[in-house]
Design a binder for this molecule. Structure first.
Ligand SMILES: Cc1ncc(C[n+]2csc(CCOP(=O)(O)OP(=O)(O)O)c2C)c(N)n1
Ligand SMILES: [Mg+2]
Length: 797
């Protein structure tokens, strides 16, 4: 199939002139934003005082972005498309701002930036200016779901937006530099997960302007045929639009967009009328135009247009160097602003008539303000999925599997707005019940021996944490819901993406026209303590530490200790808005501590005293045993029982923490406990032995201002691990029950000599259990068969 439409020239003279004028207007407004403080319409000769003192912004990518914007506008009107625009090179912020101003949205949302000369002056001044707007396609920019600051995620966001949006077209510009990133390189595979009947379309446009900041791009310097073959190999039908003569490129781009959109329409019609959902060959475009096109061709004798030198500000000494000033003025006037803007400074009527109107404008499309189109999930009552708990610890369950039953019914009740994503682990993370009602979406070849693969599945499994994260972000940003389940150790792979999403949430929270979206929910059930198959490489609980760095108004971390608390927690997370919720909970068989009623109350409190496990009986305790996480909770309760047996007059208070943010002061986090509440629970002067799921340091970080911090002693993961038994793992890190008892003996004043026998017994118990694992390859029965004994039963046998 041809990749270049050689002779096509679909635009009439008038259409061509209008498109070109629109493009020139956007370019003029882009340069104006980068340079001008005043004199926006060049009504007088440009003088140094009209120029910004600090020239900040990115010109190089901008003409390409605006060219595509203008052409997409033409097709939206011609075909009445429901389209949005994702800009990979988000550093081209001024280009997108320019286009949103031209189509009126900018002034509607920011009324002081009017579409006239005064408004244009404000538009220019505010860009990359203190107190103004950021340089990128940031959340402040109408129509943006993708800031493009950190490169690599455009195409996955685009696909995420298209899933379950059958009428939506997502045009996605990918920088050729961006295309070198790992996440973007993986993103081409997304078309294997896009169902042409159920989902919308993505039109990838590789912006092959040849350069990054200081280097050529790889994809521009491999043979063109290899690049096109690579795109074909990924299953796309590539079309090449190449040139540096505007008229030729306008005609070719218009013809190519028409061809691509015809193909998309045909693919969708075919799938939707015949029910054939085999994987189609979607079109994509390679746009090969000069970087910094229409800008200064040489500056100080060096070529700029068409090179990496056009990346940021191509003429930089404008205030001090009269030649540079002259060059800038010539550059601005080359767009002939007098033809583009009327006497008031508004775009002339012919230009204003080019873009679509109302919600059809890419900058006003409601899908780009996800909260506007967000519909609540239909959530089955999680209480109906409770495991019965008459006695704490008397029964066991796999918490994640219990949750799976509820998740299955969430999937069933929300067939158009909920996705479950994971890198190949949904079943191994015990959420396999979902496959009773759905499959894994997959449009590649399928065999009878496959397990629950189909084009209609609502579970998304791809071995790329980046893709799971990016698809889910795109899905959430366009008003839908989801859960991402992953290994605790490997979720670090998306640390950087989480940063960007957290920034987006923080900023949009304070933009009045942006509406809250559904939270990004992580369920990490293959956690550090139970990597029995895998060992050290799979042991890292540090994602929590990373998340806690983010703005308190955005992040939540939950460590439900058992099945019922996990159900209650996930229900809360799926109802919440505009957060990042991290839930760490086990998938292995473990004791059930709380009945559903108790679990709901405990989760609502976030942390609380477990009366039934404590022996302080309404008095001041001698020691507080605190715990967070399922495995530390188990070890803490076992330690509490040992203390009850061997030191019956020691007053022990057991505190469990589900919501980690409760530990922070209320001034630091909205969930924070007040100091007086904290002091009541944790005392002001008694030792606290805190068994924590992750790296111990985090608990100190969260509590360092509390009165009793100097008495806080935290056990957690200290980077000791290997492939061994679960109890050996906790012993390796001194988090085991015996060591917790030792910690109590060593820290409660006066206990040392009295409890010397017990201390020695605990040291011996550790050795005994260690030896057992070495001899038998499994944990000792005293560990595996241990059950919590109810204290009443213990005292009245
Ligand atoms: C992940 C990441 N690494 C590095 C950068 C710094 N950076 C900003 S723009 C740019 C070059 C981008 O080139 P390309 O994607 O080709 O965009 P364009 O040529 O359209 O400007 C780089 C390396 C970044 N923003 N993100
Ligand atoms: Mg480039």
């Amino acid at each position: 199939m041809e990749t270049t439409l050689e002779t096509a020239a679909p635009l009439s003279e008038a259409e061509l002139a209008r498109l070109d004028a629109y493009w020139r207007a956007a370019n003029y407004l882009t340069v104006g934003q980068i340079y001008l403080l005043d004199n926006p319409l060049l009504r007088e000769p440009l003088r140094p005082e009209h120029i910004k003192p600090r020239l900040l912004g990115h010109w190089g990518t901008s003409p390409g972005l605006s060219l595509l914007y203008a052409h997409l506008n033409r097709t939206i009107v011609a075909r009445d498309l429901n389209a949005i625009y994702v800009t990979g090179p988000g550093h081209g912020g001024p280009a997108i701002v320019a286009n949103t101003w031209l189509e009126g949205t900018y002034s509607e949302l920011y009324p002081s930036v009017t579409r006239d000369e005064a408004g244009m002056a404000r538009l220019f001044r505010q860009f990359s200016f203190p107190g103004g707007i950021p340089s990128h396609v940031a959340p402040e920019v109408p129509g943006s779901i993708h800031e493009g600051g950190e490169l690599g995620y455009s195409l996955m966001h685009a696909y995420g937006a298209a899933f379950d949006n059958p009428d939506l077209l997502v045009a996605c510009v990918i920088g050729d530099g961006e295309a070198e990133t790992g996440p973007l390189a993986g993103s081409w595979l997304s078309n294997v997960f896009l169902n042409p009947a159920r989902d919308g379309a993505v039109l990838p446009i590789l912006h092959l302007n040849g350069y990054k900041i200081a280097n050529p791009t790889v994809l521009d310097r491999i043979p063109r045929d290899d690049l096109l073959s690579m795109m074909r190999g990924y299953g796309y039908q590539p079309y090449l639009v190449e040139g540096d003569d505007p008229t030729t490129v306008h005609q070719l781009l218009a013809a190519t967009l028409d061809r691509a959109l015809d193909e998309i329409a045909a693919i969708q019609r075919h799938a939707r009328t015949t029910g054939d959902t085999s994987r189609p060959r979607w079109p994509m475009i390679v746009l090969r135009t000069p970087k910094g096109w229409t800008g200064p061709s040489t500056v100080d004798g060096q070529q700029v247009e068409g090179t990496f030198r056009a990346h940021q500000v191509p003429v930089a000494q404008v205030r001090d160097n009269p030649e540079h000033l002259r060059q800038l003025e010539q550059w601005l006037r080359s767009y002939r602003p007098e033809e583009l803007f009327d006497a008031t400074g508004a775009p002339v009527a012919d230009l204003a008539a080019l873009p679509p109107t109302g919600d059809r404008r890419m900058s006003a499309n409601p899908h780009t303000n996800g909260g506007v189109v967000l519909r609540d999930l239909v959530l089955p009552d999680f209480r109906d999925y409770a495991v019965p708990v008459d006695q704490p610890g008397a029964s066991t369950a796999e918490a994640a599997r219990v949750l799976g039953g509820w998740v299955r019914d969430v999937v069933r009740a929300n067939p158009d707005r909920f996705r479950l994503l994971g890198p190949d682990e949904v079943a191994s993370n015990r959420l396999g019940a979902a496959f009773e009602v759905t499959d894994r979406v997959f449009l590649g070849a399928r065999y009878d021996s496959d397990d629950h693969l189909s084009p209609d599945g609502r579970v998304m499994e791809v071995l790329s944490e980046h893709l799971c994260q990016g698809w889910l972000e795109g899905y959430l940003l366009t008003g839908r819901h989801g859960i991402f389940t992953s290994y605790e150790a490997f979720i670090h792979i998306v640390d950087a993406m989480l940063n960007q999403h957290a920034k987006w949430l923080k900023v949009t929270r304070h933009i009045p026209w942006r509406r809250p979206i559904a939270s990004l929910n992580y369920l990490l059930s293959s956690h550090v303590w139970r990597q029995d198959h895998n060992g050290f490489s799979h042991q890292d609980p540090g994602f929590i530490d990373h998340v806690v760095n983010k703005k308190a108004e955005v992040v939540r971390v939950y460590l439900p200790p058992d099945a019922n608390t996990l159900l209650s927690t996930m229900d809360h997370c799926l109802r919440s808005r505009h957060y990042i919720n991290v839930v760490v909970a086990g998938k292995q068989d473990a004791p059930n501590w709380l009945s559903m009623d108790e679990a709901v109350l405990h989760c609502r409190r976030g942390l609380g005293i477990w009366d039934w496990a404590s022996t302080d009986n309404g008095q001041e305790p001698d020691v507080v045993l605190a715990c967070a996480g399922d495995v530390p909770t188990l070890e803490t309760l076992a330690a509490a029982e040992l203390l009850r047996q061997h030191l019956p007059d020691l007053k022990v208070r057991v505190v469990n923490v589900v919501d980690l943010m409760r530990l922070q002061p209320e001034s630091e986090h909205p969930h924070g406990l007040s100091d007086s509440q904290f002091d009541t629970v944790f005392t002001t002067d008694k030792p606290i032995i805190f068994a924590y799921h992750g790296y111990p340091w985090l608990i100190h970080r969260l509590t360092y201002r509390r009165t009793n911090h100097h008495n806080l002693h935290v056990r957690g993961y200290k980077e000791e691990g290997t492939t061994t038994t679960p109890f050996d793992m906790v012993m390796l890190n001194d988090l085991d029950r015996f060591h917790l008892v030792i910690d109590v003996i060593d820290r409660v004043p006066g206990l040392g000599t009295r409890a010397a026998h017990l201390r020695q017994a605990m040291v011996d118990a550790r050795q005994r259990c260690r030896d057992h694992t070495r001899r038998h390859g499994e944990d000792a029965p005293e560990i595996t068969e241990w059950r919590w004994t109810d204290s009443e039963a213990a005292t009245n046998p």
